[in-house]
Ligand binder design. Structure first.
Ligand SMILES: *Cc1c(COP(=O)(O)O)cnc(C)c1O
Length: 420
């Protein structure tokens, strides 16, 4: 399997080269040259999740230096449960927060760190985080020899507990709070990745979903659970994903393209309207980012749109592939409340956008909603709504009393270069 750039199809990289590089030199995103087609009848036999995952990811790591390490990598990365929970009749939550930092970002971050630790190359990993990538990456990369990690997060725009999970680390993790929003952090990251001086000093890459190594492992659970469901019920489930930077949905879309039995794809966003506007007008035009209760999705310029657009090309094709629904803060609040009273289920504000979207759609059709984070990360949102605090998992409380102040900069590449 080789990887090309969205802006340059003559580039050809192996998977290991693609994850070390992160972004292609002209600023394009790396994508597989083609996606293998599968016959679902062969995949229903793979009922064990790890076996399924290894087989699927093997297609994407083929001919790379990591191919022979794949079993080890999968065992390290997928070391926690990813259950599908039935909520009622036709609604399921695909519960993705059972990793060490309580969001789905643990999957991609742990897979990437397992890959890089096999490659044994000195590298600096820089990430821009809207809240959950930073902690997942810090946890996955903490203590990894030869790896330095720089985490850029928007000052005052992530939850206290998300911040605590970013600033509780020793050694090779450097948190940097940026006086701006997530899009500023992401722009800074892209500028750094393309800065010749910095790249001459160190091998620089990213663990954002810009990095293909974060994205590919996110295909696995959508492919696995839709295949299990199809095998038992002969129905293709539709999937709703609370989305910001669109990495998660891009992975799911690729799984569907390969032939896994996935029905409709629904992008749930918060009040940031870039995608709903694109779906309506065909004009992709990021504006000022709005700060919402679902802060990990506070993105106005979703990076992975470029990957989807490379395939889909037109507004019409995009609208045939996806439904986009934008969900307001009030709707998030009412959904958190109603899922608690109807189903005794506490959901995080991001998951609530997906659940709200689900309630707008055909009642009889099967929907999986991706449950992207644990509610305890967002106690400051949830407790005032429900009057009850979400129980704190041990792995979170252990991080809460280890905080140290982060360095603060304005969104300027020079200031960033000065401190790393
Ligand atoms: C990152 C994140 C999202 C959005 O995922 P994208 O891949 O950026 O679209 C949704 N929910 C939570 C909790 C997240 O941390």
């Amino acid at each position: 399997m080789d990887y090309i750039s969205t802006r340059h199809s003559s580039l050809s990289l192996r998977f290991d080269e693609a994850i070390l590089q992160g972004l292609s030199n002209e600023g394009g995103l790396l994508i597989p040259r083609s996606k293998p087609s599968i016959d679902v009848n062969e995949w229903v036999e793979l009922s064990d999740f790890l076996t399924f995952t290894e087989t699927l990811l093997g297609l994407y790591l083929k001919d790379s230096m990591l191919e022979s390490h794949l079993s080890d990598i999968c065992r390290d990365a997928f070391s926690f449960d990813i259950p599908l929970d039935k909520i009622e009749g036709a609604t399921f939550l695909l519960s993705l927060y059972h990793g060490p930092t309580l969001s789905f970002k643990d999957v991609g971050a742990r897979f990437l760190s397992a890959c890089l630790s096999k490659l044994k190359k000195p590298i600096t990993i820089m990430v821009a985080t809207s809240g959950d990538t930073g902690s997942a990456v810090a946890s996955a990369f903490s203590g990894l020899p030869q790896v330095q990690v720089v985490i850029l997060y928007p000052k005052g725009k992530i939850s206290k507990r998300q911040e605590a999970q970013i600033i509780c680390w020793e050694n090779n993790i450097k948190p940097v709070s940026v006086d701006g929003n997530f899009d500023d952090c992401q722009a800074l990251l892209k500028a750094a990745l393309q800065d010749d001086g910095l790249n001459a000093r160190t091998q620089l890459s990213t663990a954002n979903s810009i990095n293909i190594g974060r994205l590919i492992p996110q295909m696995t659970y959508f492919a696995y659970w839709s295949t299990r469901f199809y095998h038992t019920h002969a129905i293709k489930p539709s999937i709703i994903i609370p989305s910001g930077n669109l990495g998660h949905m891009t992975a799911c879309y690729w799984a569907k393209q390969m032939g896994f039995p996935i029905g409709d794809l629904v992008i749930a966003t918060n009040a940031n309207q870039t995608l709903t506007r694109y779906a309506r007008t065909g004009d992709f035009h990021p504006t000022q980012t709005e700060h919402t209760l679902a802060n990990a999705m506070d993105v106005s310029a979703p990076s992975n749109f470029e990957r989807l657009h490379h395939d889909l090309k037109t507004q019409q094709a995009f609208n045939e592939a996806f439904t986009v629904l934008s969900v307001s803060d009030d709707e998030i609040k009412s959904t958190i409340k109603s899922y608690y009273s109807r189903y005794k289920r506490m959901i995080c504000p991001h998951t609530a956008t997906g659940c709200f979207a689900r309630d707008q759609l055909n009642n009889a059709k099967i929907y999986f909603v991706a449950e992207t984070a644990h509610p305890a990360k967002f106690d400051s949102v949830i407790e005032p709504i429900l009057g009850v605090a979400p129980p704190i998992p041990k792995r979170l409380s252990a991080m809460l009393n280890k905080m140290k102040p982060a360095e603060c900069i304005s969104p300027s590449l020079n200031e960033l270069i000065d401190i790393i």
